[in-house]
Write a protein that binds this ligand. Structure first.
Ligand code: HEM
Length: 260
């Protein structure tokens, strides 16, 4: 090392770097990536992706209300979604762009949730020894991770059921037919274990949505106590509308209100 430095001095060059890290060039990150590396940034990501997902579940529920108008109306609505901006854009193109956006929002929501959990564990690796004050953290807030994971499992099953039709083929009656959206819904929800699963998953979704809709304001820094009652009403009403709508579908099929 000394020899090398002497050789460098002879050659009129400055001293060699002490370590590799001393010279490591810091990659410049974008503002968004820098923000996302902080807990505040992850909470923002959680809130913004949450708003997008809330928008989807609300409009999905409203769209599904068409099943009360009959098969022609619901199937026509599904076809309308596939033909958005057609013939200006190829059939299905806009829907795939929307699906891509939705998937990106879901991925961001899951990643932010996961990395916030990791940050929390790093901040406090040892569990609390005494009982927590659960008046401040209510049941929904303590169980967001679990309700989220169950809703995610429901979503995967739901897509296999009503979009890909691969779990809807039990028995000869339950054949999935692409494009027959109304008939597929009736064939699926007509089986009470499936209907019960849909109801349970949607009740959990409601719990997740209510706490999520309440937390958005906190995450975005809009948590003035003066607005708390407004926030409470908004979160409760939003979750109730989505749950009542969604739970009504399996009940309507089981009760024979929505039928073939
Ligand atoms: C009882 C309640 C529900 C019913 C009856 C229902 C019905 C349907 C149907 C029929 C489809 C296929 C549409 C088509 O192929 O055109 C679908 C797709 C989908 N559903 Fe649901 N759904 C319900 C609840 C939910 C919930 C709670 C979520 C989210 C947590 C959800 C997320 C999705 C997604 C992401 C798709 C794929 C959309 C696409 O391919 O463009 N659904 N749903």
């Amino acid at each position: 090392m000394v020899k090398t430095q002497q050789a460098l001095a002879k050659a009129g060059k400055s001293r060699a770097p002490v370590t590799g890290t001393a010279l490591a060039v810091r990659k410049k990150r974008s503002f968004a990536a820098d923000l996302y590396s902080t807990a505040v940034g992850k909470k923002y990501a959680m809130a913004i992706s949450g708003i997008a997902l809330m928008g989807f579940v609300l409009f999905h529920m409203i769209g599904n209300l068409k099943m009360y108008l009959g098969a022609v109306e619901l199937d026509h609505y599904a076809e309308f979604l596939r033909s958005l901006l057609y013939p200006l854009a190829p059939k299905g193109a806009v829907l795939w762009i929307l699906r891509g956006g939705l998937l990106a929002m879901l991925a961001l929501h899951l990643h932010a949730a996961w990395s916030l959990t990791v940050l929390n564990h790093q901040a406090r690796p040892v569990k609390y020894q005494s009982a927590r004050d659960y008046e401040v953290a209510n049941f929904a807030s303590r169980t967001m991770r679990y309700s989220g994971m169950i809703v995610l499992s429901f979503l995967i099953w739901h897509l296999l059921d009503l979009t890909f039709g691969v779990v809807n083929t039990v028995g000869t009656e339950n054949t999935f037919v692409k494009g027959e959206v109304y008939a597929n819904v009736v064939r699926s929800l007509d089986r009470w274990p499936v209907a019960a699963f849909y109801i349970l998953a949607n009740l959990l979704l409601g719990m997740h949505l209510r706490h999520g809709a309440w937390s958005i304001f906190q995450s975005l820094g809009w948590n003035n106590p003066r607005f708390n009652s407004w926030r409470w009403s908004f979160a409760t009403a939003f979750a109730a509308i989505v749950v009542v709508g969604n739970v009504s579908f399996p009940i309507a099929v089981l009760a024979g209100i929505v039928k073939m």
